[in-house]
Design a protein around this ligand. Structure first.
Ligand SMILES: *Cc1c(COP(=O)(O)O)cnc(C)c1O
Length: 402
């Protein structure tokens, strides 16, 4: 497939490699191993003299189709799939870093990424340093010393804080660092990190790419040299491979990614506007709303505002819980990017393990709710949110004891 096609076309056509049966849909090669015509062919395969699949921990024809599709979509030289998004982040970092290296990361990271940097890497003598992702001065200070890697998420989970990708990439490269961007919230359709200066992009395919809540998966994309020389030996030997079955499910998900993400963004924008008018809500964060603190950056580096809306319910945990419990259509769940709209209370679930001060530093309050907007009719979603807000705006709950 030529690389000149637009994303919607790549999502449907990119990487397709039909077998001699001429199947329309991609074939599912649910096999762990492969056979050789002769002992000589096996030897030549292991010597890399011929191309032949060896073992699905290394590569599999179904996962290859998905890898090629994602690489074409992202504009990356190569992609490798992993069993989960966290396996992808872990492999990108651990395949590259060594004792004595420094890594600089934005503070507003997915919880497990935070754990890898603050708890796992120090065991191997790798120093992690966190900065406020929105503060270029902090990036500048941290990257005034040599660093091996930068890891950041933009927009971040759950406060939808942005990092200025070109500015940070420039500082990182001057410090000698590779820039790794976790692009899950934006998806490859709304933000193109490699064109904005990143070296490596990671995804949890569990989110929008599957998009229908079925499989766990991850992907790492980067240059041919880094993937072949650094990432591949690490994953061949440590084994975080994605199942061909999961790759096949994600292939089916990707065919509708653009339709879904475009509609979810339209729904999210309408919901953000609706919430901002409600007296029960203290603040709404949505990157494409003019009142987002980094609206200008959002418009510059993203092509739409995304599929998530984060907001603070007045009255803290008690009112946030009453609101969530009063939802009938929207489900309470910690997942995101699903066709079903999902509401999360970060302070007591996804971010409960962070210290109170760290949550406060990220801007997560007891009233913060993250809404992953799905594909239901937006009028039904707004009615559900309105009814739940009406349910809490009656007599305020008794707080005399506080
Ligand atoms: C979900 C998520 C991950 C981890 O992905 P899993 O597939 O759950 O392992 C990493 N980063 C971000 C931003 C995520 O939303």
């Amino acid at each position: 497939m030529s690389k000149k096609f637009r994303p919607a076309t790549q999502l449907v056509r990119g990487g397709v490699n039909r077998s001699n049966h001429g199947e329309t849909s991609e074939a599912l090669y649910l096999t762990s191993g492969f056979v050789y015509d002769s002992a000589e062919q096996a030897e030549a395969t292991f010597k890399n003299e011929i191309e032949h699949y060896q073992y699905s921990r290394f590569a599999n024809p179904t996962t290859t189709i998905l890898e090629e599709k994602l690489a074409l979509l992202e504009g990356a030289e190569l992609c490798r799939l992993m069993a989960t998004g966290m396996a992808a982040v872990h492999a990108a970092l651990l395949s590259t870093l060594k004792t004595g290296d420094r890594l600089v990361a934005s503070r507003a990271l997915f919880g497990s990424c935070h754990w890898i940097i603050s708890t796992l890497l120090p065991r191997y003598g790798i120093v992690g340093e966190f900065v406020d992702g929105a503060d270029l001065g902090q990036w500048k200070a941290a990257l005034s010393k040599p660093a091996a890697m930068v890891l950041l998420e933009t927009p971040s989970n759950p406060m939808l804080e942005l990092v200025d990708l070109p500015a940070v990439a420039k500082l990182a490269h001057a410090a000698g660092a590779l820039v790794v961007v976790d692009n899950v919230f934006a998806t490859p359709l709304l933000q193109r990190p490699l064109e904005l200066g990143a070296d490596i992009v990671v995804y949890s395919t569990t989110k929008h790419m599957d998009g229908q809540g079925r499989t766990l998966g991850g992907a790492v994309l980067g240059s041919k040299k880094w993937v072949e020389e650094t990432l591949m030996p690490f994953i061949r030997n440590t084994g975080p491979a994605m199942s061909p079955f999961n790759a096949w499910v994600v292939l089916k998900g990707l065919e509708t990614l653009k339709l879904r993400v475009d509609q979810m963004c339209r729904n999210a924008a309408a919901i953000a506007d609706f919430l901002s008018e409600r007296a029960e809500i203290a603040r709404v964060l949505y990157p494409y709303r003019p009142d987002h603190p980094q609206h200008a950056l959002a418009v510059k580096q993203m092509s739409a505002g995304g599929t998530l809306v984060t907001f603070d319910v007045k009255g803290g945990k008690e009112e946030a819980f009453r609101f969530m419990n009063a939802l009938n259509l929207v489900d309470i769940s910690n997942n995101l990017g699903d066709s079903k709209s999902l509401a999360t209370h970060p302070a007591t679930t996804t971010h409960m393990r962070l210290a109170e001060e760290e949550r406060a530093r990220l801007g997560i309050t007891a009233g913060t709710v993250r809404l992953s907007v799905g594909l239901e009719d937006v009028a039904d979603l707004i009615e559900d949110l309105a009814e739940a807000l009406d349910a809490i705006s009656g007599a305020p709950a008794v707080r005399a004891a506080e």
